[in-house]
Design a protein around this ligand. Structure first.
Ligand SMILES: Nc1nc2c(c(=O)[nH]1)N[C@H]1C(S)=C(S)[C@@H](COP(=O)(O)OP(=O)(O)OC[C@H]3O[C@@H](n4cnc5c(=O)[nH]c(N)nc54)[C@H](O)[C@@H]3O)O[C@H]1N2
Ligand SMILES: Nc1nc2c(c(=O)[nH]1)N[C@H]1C(S)=C(S)[C@@H](COP(=O)(O)OP(=O)(O)OC[C@H]3O[C@@H](n4cnc5c(=O)[nH]c(N)nc54)[C@H](O)[C@@H]3O)O[C@H]1N2
Ligand code: SF4
Ligand SMILES: [Mo]
Length: 736
């Protein structure tokens, strides 16, 4: 019998059916659903290949005295894990035990993981890979709009859009079926894309007569101030809306005055005329205009302020909280939305509640059957948690569940050193990821099609993930693992292995919170009715969540003035201080990173998918031909990239689609092709703790072909990064 479910990968959560009948891989078919209308991308089509993959883990692996991982029975594995948790706690206190979760986990698992950390381990040290994803967008939306729901309206609202500003987002590769919703805007010449590269999304835009703005990476805040400047100074702002629905206009305007388009051009490289044209286009189509952000503008050390500037622009145009226009951000991971609502983020409790709020603590503690004062306070964000691994006062015993930080986290070389310094590392995954290779204990878990649960998609809609096939013998569900561990640790409260029971508890824990799921019953989910949060018990769901009022107490949105951080410095004899430093240091280029269509994230999954791997077997460094010529780099030749954090190697792919001062490397590859060996953690966004993924100063050096000869793709040239003191990188002033 075919089972109706959703794709395991991104937040679009395309609907599919899985038919396990017959030999071999279950058959995948697209299923009609508002977000994907039967469409799937290559990752979705090939997703079922991994279910019966030969490298699938089917027994726990424990590192033996010989240093090798070897299969052990589950009871041995769980006894050992509980023993190590207890030992670390006894020797160093509860904060020495930590959990690193992920945005691919179901709501039930994310919820239980947060509860497990606080109740069974008594630690505040839990955070997750979503910190590297949408934390800046979330911080900005909370601050300006009083609510963080990726899209506060259904995706299908975009079908009627006549103009869409896409900021640092490349959905033609990262969410292909989503692009259909932009068709009207595209055909009417209403797409405006801001990206330092001419991407597949930019090509679509150009074909429709839309506008591509191609800034220097990391200068989006200035670009957005420039757009807002034009809107205000050309009389395009919606004064009536601003008076009715916002506050703070008077604090915003002075900061815009100085950013006239010609000045913005000097900083961003975007021609002043194009900027004006874009602003007027967005204002002219006001009734059908949307502003959407992606990781390209958010994954910066000023990501929160940049997302705030995008919201300010949308508010000046009068877009958010109305039907037929709006602001939103495109959630990334399959459950990127639900994953941040239910408690695996260091500062949050279920229902998008703050762990520092006494009322929230009392409510959740009552559901969990513990005393509020027994719940730990806020923990530390991902970068800080990873930086402290194995140190005095840091985490000594870590459980990674749903992430591959050796590839996906910034300063991946330092992450590897941290993992090696741990007393004990447990990794739960269905494959031996690069992080699992460092583990003392590996726990084999279920894949999406083998489990039951719910996911919350990019539009805040809760969806059923259904079991379509039987798991391989030996793999176990994380809810069962947590139940077994809780019992061994003598944890208070209940840890039920049944997802339906956990879901019911999640509903109660979320009741009254911002992300209230209490009315989203199993019956409602099964009926196929759209279930958008907030959905209080006895009430209805909320597809358009900001229509009547914004999330702040007075119902208004706040115009928060933001400015380039270093721009206020005293007159600088050199180039403008707010320019990204990479550009002013002779010989350096700006490295930006991101995604290809064929691979997903750290690549654990898609690098094991035969057709995707054969099409995209290794990393390629996108570089402008003029830049390459200047450095003596030929197309296809190996190049070494060096940044303060480390080095990486990739073959060059010459392309005029990237700015000459910028190079692009996908982050899907491991070993010395790992882009995150170059990204640093010396600075993070002060509001969201987002590291800098999208603008790193690098130098390039062509490698002699035989430097690279005989080395299969992705094999480290050293087995590991050198040990010893970590050199303090030279961080330019503007980035501190
Ligand atoms: N194929 C595929 N799809 C995915 C994923 C995947 O790994 N692979 N991951 C999913 C997840 S978790 C996420 S978060 C989403 C991310 O989806 P996107 O946000 O679309 O993905 P990225 O490629 O990280 O970044 C988008 C664009 O930002 C541009 N960019 C880089 N630096 C800058 C800058 O400084 N300013 C501006 N304006 N643009 C910049 C890049 O050139 C890139 O084209 O994709 C989801 N979908
Ligand atoms: N340079 C650079 N770095 C980036 C980004 C970038 O644009 N540039 N983007 C960032 C973003 S947006 C994101 S979201 C992160 C992602 O960063 P990672 O966490 O490194 O990425 P994933 O590959 O999704 O890792 C998930 C791991 O968990 C496993 N897994 C999947 N589902 C489950 C499950 O249900 N249970 C368990 N136990 N395991 C599971 C997978 O097999 C995989 O090994 O990367 C960030 N890193
Ligand atoms: S767009 Fe996202 S959800 Fe849809 S098939 Fe592709 S990876 Fe899966
Ligand atoms: Mo993400």
């Amino acid at each position: 019998m075919p089972t109706a479910t959703h794709c395991p990968y991104c937040a679009l959560q395309c609907a599919m059916t899985l038919d396990p009948a017959g030999p071999g891989t279950p058959r995948v078919a697209g299923r009609d659903f508002p977000t994907n209308r039967g469409g799937l991308c290559r990752k979705g089509w090939t997703s079922a290949e991994l279910l019966g993959h030969p490298e699938r883990l089917t027994a726990p692996l424990l590192r033996g005295p010989d240093g090798e991982l070897a299969e052990v029975p589950w009871a041995t594995a769980l006894d050992r894990m509980a023993h190590e948790f207890r030992a670390a706690r006894a020797a160093h206190g509860p904060e020495a035990v930590g959990i690193f979760g992920g945005g691919s986990l179901t709501n039930e698992k994310a919820y239980q993981l947060g509860k497990f950390a606080r109740v069974a381990l008594g630690t505040s040290r839990i955070d997750y890979n979503g910190r590297f994803c949408m934390s800046s967008a979330a911080a900005a939306a909370n601050r300006s709009l009083g609510l963080d729901r990726g899209l506060p309206f259904p995706v299908t609202d975009l079908d009627d859009a006549r103009a869409v500003l896409l900021l640092g987002s490349n959905p033609a590769e990262t969410m292909p079926p989503f692009v259909r919703h932009l068709e009207r805007a595209r055909a009417e010449g209403g797409l405006v894309v801001v990206d330092p590269r001419r991407t597949a999304t930019v090509r679509l835009t150009e074909e429709g007569g839309g506008v591509h703005l191609q800034p220097v990476p990391g200068t989006d805040l200035v670009l957005l101030l420039g757009l807002a400047h034009v809107v205000v100074h050309d009389g395009l702002a919606d004064r009536g809306y601003l008076a009715r629905r916002t506050r703070g206009l008077e604090t915003l305007l002075p900061g815009l005055a100085a950013w006239w388009p010609e000045r913005v051009e000097q900083v961003t490289g975007v021609p002043a005329e194009r900027l004006r044209r874009a602003a007027h286009l967005l204002a002219r189509r006001r009734e059908g205009t949307y502003v959407l952000t992606g990781r390209g503008v958010e994954q910066h050390v000023d990501g929160t302020d940049t997302a705030t500037a995008a919201i300010n622009l949308a508010l000046l145009l009068g877009l958010p909280g109305r039907t037929g226009s709006g602001y939103g951000t495109l959630t990334g991971q399959g459950n990127g939305q639900g994953g941040r609502e239910h408690g695996q983020k260091a500062d949050q409790l279920p229902g998008y509640r703050s762990i520092a709020d006494p009322a929230a603590r009392a409510h959740v503690a009552a559901v969990w059957g513990v005393a509020p004062e027994d719940l730990p306070g806020p923990g530390v964000p991902a970068v800080e948690l990873l930086r402290g691994l194995g140190t005095e006062g840091g985490v000594r015993c870590l459980w990674v569940n749903g992430s591959n930080p050796v590839v996906g986290a910034p300063d991946a070389g330092a992450v590897e050193r941290g993992l090696r310094a741990l007393d004990f590392l447990v990794v739960a995954d269905f494959f031996r990821s690069e992080t699992a290779e460092h583990a003392d204990l590996v726990l084999p878990v279920l894949q999406w099609a083998e489990e039951e649960g719910t996911m919350t998609s990019l539009e805040g809609r809760v969806l059923r993930r259904r079991r379509a096939v039987d798991p391989p013998p030996g793999a176990r569900d994380e809810l069962w693992i947590m139940a077994e561990l809780a019992r061994r640790l003598g944890a208070p409260g209940t840890f039920d292995p049944d997802p339906a029971v956990v879901r019911d508890e999640l509903r109660r824990a979320s009741a009254g919170g911002r992300a209230d799921y209490s009315g989203i019953t199993d019956e409602l989910l099964d009926s196929g009715a759209p279930c958008y949060w907030p959905h209080p018990a006895g009430g209805t769901g909320t597809p358009r969540v900001l229509l009547d009022r914004f999330g702040h107490d007075d119902g208004r949105a706040v115009l928060v003035p933001v400015r380039p951080r270093a721009a206020g410095r005293a007159a600088d004899p050199g180039p403008p201080a707010h320019r990204r430093p990479a550009l002013h240091r002779p010989g350096t280029l700006t490295l930006t990173t991101g995604r290809w269509l064929e691979h997903y994230q750290s690549g654990t999954q898609t690098r094991r998918t035969a057709s995707l791997r054969s099409d995209r077997p290794e990393a390629r460094l996108q570089i402008h031909p003029a830049t390459a010529a200047g450095l003596g780099i030929d197309d296809g030749a190996p190049v070494e990239l060096t940044a303060p954090a480390g080095t990486a190697v990739a073959r060059a792919q010459l392309s005029t689609d990237v700015r000459p001062d910028t190079v692009f490397l996908p982050f899907h590859f491991a070993g010395d092709q790992c882009a995150n060996r170059l990204t640093g953690t010396t600075a993070v966004d002060p509001s969201s703790a987002m590291p800098e993924f999208k603008a790193t100063a690098v130098t390039l050096r062509p490698l002699a072909p035989d430097d690279d000869a005989g080395r299969p793709a992705g094999t480290p040239r050293r087995r590991s990064a050198p040990d010893g003191p970590v050199p303090v990188p030279d961080v330019p002033e503007a980035r501190r």
